[in-house]
Design a protein around this ligand. Structure first.
Ligand code: HEM
Length: 452
């Protein structure tokens, strides 16, 4: 093993990094660190960590951390993850150790491709409804619309209800959490969540609203033996094959909130960026329309996805440029070597799909929107860890199969009916803004039109 640590800015250089930190721009500061110091960087401060750590950028090292030597690393208690515990409790995203393992054993089968196939119908139904809700010429804000579609879908997948009446309140609560957690995460000091500051009170009120919705639905369902089979009923009846235990109401609530948040904010962000990129690239948009207009979406299934290759490439390319989860954290359980450098025990690591997906060593013209780069002939030779929007290893996204059915089906079903384009005919000036997920930093006004 080598005997040196990786390069990085000294404590004094932190002054140079402060503008990015103050602008709440962890992606910009991570990009600058890689450009200045290389594939493994030791940093004295990064806004997403709130302290020192290591940025790990080369796909070889990312594979080591996420997959081949994953037992040497655990999910890091980033500030965001700690805050989220207040809302998601011991759900899959925020738990660890034996509890996480038990929950994973029970929950993973619910999200296998064959298990989520039955939601294909729901994806198309809700997408067609959204397309029909906007008359030709009507204008709407893209992220708000994407969140409405995604929430209606996760509501029905979880509870067999589209949460229609509660949608505006849930939207408000999630926006409060996003803004509150983002502000807390990127300010150098923030008061602990138990302190009754106005911001903390708003966060707790938002949390209470989500918990009340989940708890009411769980209580109703416990008393209803003939209920539909949805994710809630699967959670309530799941039994762990090792311990024979099932979940308490509190454990079910934590998972329900986890799916509600993880399963709709990620999807809404991805839908938003997909339309932003399609509307910015009219030729790609039309090619997608031509590829889907004759596909029969009336009884969609896994087979239908095989007919939506262009839509699937568009989604993959969108998640390359704008991965919904652009940074993730790990912590070393023992000293390790990465990229030829020594990393000590209990060190914080940051890994970024956003950076890897735009690395010019692995991607030709990395900032260009080019769905064809996901054709087999152009991707077979690519490093397998140059692209990992759903992470890898034991913490790999539970909902990845669902997402890769939902996104192409929703996009295809809307595009087959309507051309959603920028309201004022010009590409708006937006940048990615990393709160809970990667959202645009400004509203994007769209107009619905029939295809000419
Ligand atoms: C565009 C869609 C999505 C993207 C890009 C995405 C991305 C990710 C990523 C990168 C992670 C792993 C973070 C890490 O390694 O630390 C993750 C974890 C997770 N995701 Fe997703 N996700 C998406 C959709 C969904 C959906 C639809 C659901 C559920 C309905 C979901 C549920 C989860 C859960 C429960 C975890 C925690 C897994 C664990 O630690 O055991 N995600 N997601």
């Amino acid at each position: 093993m080598s005997s040196t640590g990786p390069p990085g800015p000294g404590k004094r250089d932190i002054v140079a990094m402060l503008p990015d930190a103050v602008r709440n721009d962890p992606l910009q500061s991570a990009t600058a660190l890689r450009e200045d110091y290389g594939d493994v960087v030791k940093f004295p401060y990064h806004p997403s960590v709130g302290g020192s750590g290591y940025l790990v950028c080369h796909p070889d090292d990312i594979r080591t951390v996420l997959l081949t030597e994953q037992t040497k690393f655990r999910a890091h208690e980033t500030r965001a993850r700690e805050d989220f515990k207040v809302v998601m409790g011991e759900g899959l995203v925020t738990s660890d150790g034996d509890h996480w393992l038990r929950q994973t054993r029970m929950i993973t089968p619910m999200f296998h491709k064959q298990s989520v196939e039955r939601f294909c119908d729901l994806f198309v139904r809700e997408a067609r409804r959204a397309a029909a809700e906007h008359d030709p010429g009507e204008e709407f804000e893209l992220l708000r619309e994407a969140k409405r579609i995604a929430l209606r879908i996760i509501g029905q997948a979880l509870f067999s209800t589209n949460l229609e009446e509660r949608e505006p309140d849930i939207y408000e609560a999630l926006t409060t959490l996003r803004n509150g957690f983002k502000r807390r995460n990127y300010s150098p000091v923030s008061p602990p969540l138990w302190m009754p500051t106005p911001e903390n009170r708003r966060i707790h009120e938002a949390r209470d609203l989500l918990w009340t919705v989940a708890e009411e639905l769980i209580e109703e369902r416990r008393g209803d033996a003939d209920a539909e089979t949805d994710l809630l009923s699967l959670l309530l009846t799941a039994e762990d094959e090792v311990t024979g235990e099932s979940m308490t109401d509190e454990e079910v609530r934590d998972e329900v909130i986890t799916f509600l948040i993880a399963g709709h904010t990620t999807i809404a962000a991805a839908l938003t960026w997909t339309w932003y990129l399609l509307a910015s690239n009219p030729a790609a948009h039309r090619r997608l329309y031509e590829s889907v207009r004759d596909v029969d979406l009336d009884s969609p299934s896994l087979e239908t996805i095989g007919d939506l290759e262009e839509a699937t490439r568009v989604v993959k390319e969108t998640l390359r440029l704008y991965p919904s989860v652009p940074l993730m954290g790990r912590e070393t359980d023992e000293p390790v070597e990465l990229g030829g450098y020594d990393i000590p025990e209990s060190a914080t690591l940051i890994i970024s799909p956003y950076l890897a997906h735009r690395d010019a060593r692995f991607w030709e013209c990395p900032s260009a929107f080019d769905p064809d780069r996901f054709r087999p002939e152009r991707s077979d030779d690519r490093h397998e860890f140059a692209y990992f929007p759903f992470s890898a290893g034991s913490h790999m996204c539970t909902g990845r199969e669902l997402a890769m059915l939902e996104l192409p089906l929703v996009i295809s079903a809307v595009v087959a009916e309507r051309r959603w384009t920028f309201a004022d005919g010009t590409v708006p000036d937006v940048d990615p803004d990393f709160g809970i997920n990667l959202e645009p930093d400004n509203p994007i006004e769209m107009r619905s039109e029939p295809w000419p």
